[in-house]
Design a protein around this ligand. Structure first.
Ligand code: NAP
Ligand code: 8YV
Length: 321
């Protein structure tokens, strides 16, 4: 029997590839020399897409795949997929929530500690011999007993908050809706920023959060304030961030995500009060394996009973109908 066609966008691990191959005839989108010719030959037979949070589904692809039924994305953030358009076309989109909460929260806390205690500069001081030449490394700022802000009190936001409690933090947050939790709610981002020492950004990306952290928010965070972004580069106005750091209106920043990944502005690279990571929030062997497994399970479940394990909210009503 011929297998249904799965279009693979982006790279997958060997373990994922083997699971895809067992059920599907896999075609890799970026291997196609002539993508239009591929569409003419196979577009009508593509039933599934496997993709990730970075590549998502390129514009207009959904419209060119009339029999597409399921999209399985590796990663929880799906701002690179037009999920409303998919739902309107009856296409089920799945993602990988929860399995990465701990890893991303750990990365956020790591950035907070590294930025506050100047880990990168201290390491340089030790290995360059500056300790011997110039003596003790300058004192840094403590992370204990801080006012901690979470912008986006969802699955990962709450996991960051729990970890921050271990440093005796007072937790403040903003989301569009207050949650049933015992932390201090602020109805605007600016009000949240004004109340805290460190602001963790962990909302989804996309139009509704575009430049939510703007010049006003950075001014409210202030000259001693710290911004940690592990959400999406689009949530923070990067030009305004650079200006605020250069002017000293914002104290420091720890960044895992950027507006034009993998490009990082040279101005940020030059700053000593900034810690930079190359979008590695979930990037441990264990967590990436769990994300890969869930990406496969969503497709496998679809072939068994037409449902997915973890649909995105926009497609929840389609799951099982
Ligand atoms: P989640 O459970 O859906 O939480 C998102 C939170 O953001 C919710 O509390 C939501 O509450 C709030 N929110 C949504 N839109 C908002 C808006 N316009 N203004 C204010 N708050 C808003 O999602 P999650 O699983 O925690 O993941 C969050 C995001 O983290 C992902 O979408 C992804 O972009 C990012 N992420 C990054 C990495 C990395 O490697 N750096 C890894 C994983 C995830 P309301 O709906 O009440 O507003
Ligand atoms: C992944 C992420 O790096 O889950 C997300 O939203 O940003 C990360 O875990 C990414 O999705 C993989 O492409």
């Amino acid at each position: 029997m011929t297998k249904p066609i799965l279009l693979q966008i982006g790279n997958v691990t060997e373990r994922m590839k083997n699971r895809f191959d067992a059920l599907f005839d896999v075609h890799v989108w970026f291997d196609q020399q002539d993508q239009d010719a591929f569409m003419d030959a196979h577009g009508a037979d593509v039933v599934g897409i496997a993709t990730d949070g970075h590549w998502g589904v390129p514009d207009n692809l959904l419209a060119r795949l009339p029999n597409l039924k399921v999209v399985s994305s590796y990663g929880v953030g799906y701002d690179a997929i037009d999920a409303d358009d998919a739902a309107a076309r009856g296409i089920l989109v799945s993602h990988t929530p929860n399995v990465l909460n701990d890893e991303v929260a750990d990365t956020a806390i790591m950035l907070w500690l590294a930025t506050s205690r100047r880990l990168v500069q201290a390491d340089k001081w030790a290995r360059s011999g500056q300790w011997e030449r110039d003596g003790a490394f300058p004192l840094t700022r403590s992370v204990q007993k801080r006012q901690v802000g979470i912008l986006g009190m969802g699955r990962i936001g709450e996991t960051i908050a729990k970890r921050a409690l271990g440093f005796d933090a007072t937790i403040h947050y903003h989301s569009r809706t207050p949650k049933d939790i015992d932390f201090i709610y602020h109805s605007t981002v600016k009000e949240l920023a004004a109340a805290v020492d460190v602001l963790f950004v962990i909302t989804p990306g996309g139009a509704s959060t575009y430049h939510l952290v703007n010049d006003e928010v950075m001014n409210a965070l202030g000259a001693e304030g710290m911004l940690i972004n592990v959400a999406r580069g689009s949530v923070v106005d990067e030009t305004a961030l650079i200006a605020a750091l250069q002017d000293g209106r914002l104290g420091s920043a720890g960044l895992d995500v950027f507006e034009q990944e993998p490009k990082i502005p040279d101005a940020l690279k030059a700053m000593e009060n900034v810690v930079l990571l190359p979008h590695v929030g979930s990037a441990s062997v264990e967590t990436r394996q769990a994300m890969g497994d869930l990406t496969c399970e969503n497709l496998e479940r679809y072939t068994q009973d037409g449902t997915v394990v973890t649909p995105v909210p926009e497609c929840a009503d389609l799951n099982g109908t």
